[in-house]
Design a protein around this ligand. Structure first.
Ligand code: MG
Length: 419
């Protein structure tokens, strides 16, 4: 008896379209390694692109896609997205980790791109169609001083943005989203360390000044980047209450997410968490356990558009808003997936965005650009975005700078902190 081919197409399909190739392309036009999955088919010109970016471990994602995923799906009908993604997850037996879920995200988004191209529709129409014209976005302002941060925010407001994330510099190489304040803690065993006490003191000062100088209309956001204890998180949230934050992001590291419900219950400002979720399972718990007001997953880390659209519906049913993660370590394909969901989801709250350099727009023709803070999806089939592989090859990625930065976040005593 011959062993059945468990990777073969399990049922009849209405046409003979089949996946013929799966590759991962890594490129760093802005210095940050991006990973894009390309799925080819036996139909001339029909292929899809997906974002699999895990910038700190991109080599492993490329290997996962090409050495493991490709063999599972080549020969299969690309329209069976849910089955292909479940096959890719379950066949590994162990699941829910980063690397694997980044690779799956790339495959998943590429299949949605193909589905849109086959239907002649942009992906947001496959998701039910638009219920808003565009996604409102926020950008980051982070200066070496409070004045510099407020100047950057004022400039963004001048350019049309209605939402801005504010960070202000701290001493030490762990300062987040800003340059560091010059000078060291010379009385400490690790003089270039970061001080949570300094952070808790200066952050309310930043927002007090911001409200005074920027006025009441602009929406202000802030990211603690996983560095607080539950009590510190509540203390900060209460100190920020008078300045009416749009949201306070990532107050606790993922290791402490079980404590989020009590932090959120005690916080007078909305809590946004989720960029470090690496599976739909993790993200579901955040919603189910009443841990968040805004869910902000990295769609390229949780398994792609398929789980993200389920999460968006879960958020809708639970009164939670979405704020998908999307700084420079999301590729323009990932941005397109975020925006397809944003414009078609009731749960949309806000969209993080990033202005790429010119080289990135050369590598990704059709990439979306925010205009006066609004991101509007392409109306062309699929994502409406190409990957110019020749242009991409001019920017070979090196090792990510992100992990070197994260490894530098230490306290004044030298102890490593959550980055
Ligand atoms: Mg963040």
């Amino acid at each position: 008896m011959t062993r059945p081919d468990t990777f073969a197409q399990p049922w009849e399909t209405r046409d003979g379209i089949r996946i013929t190739g799966v590759r991962a392309i890594a490129t760093a036009p802005e210095g940050t390694p991006l990973v894009v999955v390309r799925v080819d088919t036996n139909v001339d010109g029909l292929y899809g692109l997906g974002c699999a970016t895990f910038t700190q471990r991109w080599h492993s994602v490329v290997s996962f896609v090409e050495d493991h995923l490709a063999r599972l799906v080549i020969g299969r009908f690309p329209g069976d997205i849910e089955d292909l993604i479940r096959l890719a997850r379950f066949s590994a037996y162990w699941r829910e980790g980063p690397v694997s879920n980044n690779a799956l995200s790339g495959l998943d988004m590429a299949l949605w791109d193909i589905a849109g191209k086959r239907a002649g529709m942009p992906v947001h129409e496959l998701l039910g169609g638009k219920l808003r014209a565009a996604a409102d976005t926020y950008l980051h302002a982070g200066g070496a001083t409070i004045e510099a941060t407020i100047d950057q925010a004022a400039e963004l407001r001048e350019r049309g943005w209605r939402h801005v994330r504010l960070q202000v510099a701290q001493h030490g190489i762990g300062s987040y989203g800003t340059p560091s304040i010059p000078g060291e803690f010379t009385d400490s065993p690790y003089p270039v360390g970061w001080s949570v006490q300094e952070y808790l003191r200066t952050t309310p000062q930043l927002f007090e000044r911001a409200r005074t100088e920027l006025g009441e209309e602009i929406e202000l956001l802030h990211d603690s980047h996983s560095r607080l204890t539950p009590k510190q998180a509540v203390l900060l949230a209460r100190r920020l209450e008078p300045y009416r934050l749009f949201f306070l992001e990532d107050v606790l590291a993922p290791e402490l997410w079980d404590r989020l419900p009590e932090v959120r219950a005690s916080s007078p400002v909305p809590i946004a968490v989720g960029e470090l979720a690496t599976s739909m399972t993790d993200a579901v718990r955040l919603v189910r356990d009443r841990s968040v007001d805004f869910l902000r997953c990295h769609i390229s880390a949780i398994g792609g558009l398929t789980p993200a659209r389920k999460l968006a519906i879960l958020c809708e049913m639970n009164g939670v808003k979405t704020a998908w993660h999307s700084p420079g370590d999301t590729s323009p394909i990932g941005v397109a997936a975020n925006v397809a969901l944003d414009v078609s989801s009731v749960a949309f709250g806000i969209q993080e965005t990033h202005e790429y350099n010119a080289a990135t727009y050369d590598v990704f023709p059709g990439a979306l650009r925010a205009d006066a803070g609004w991101l509007t999806p392409n109306e062309t089939p699929g994502w409406g975005i190409e990957l110019d592989e020749r242009a991409a090859s001019a920017y070979p990625p090196g090792l990510s700078g992100h992990d070197a930065w994260a490894a530098g976040v230490r306290g004044r005593d030298g102890a490593l902190e959550a980055p």
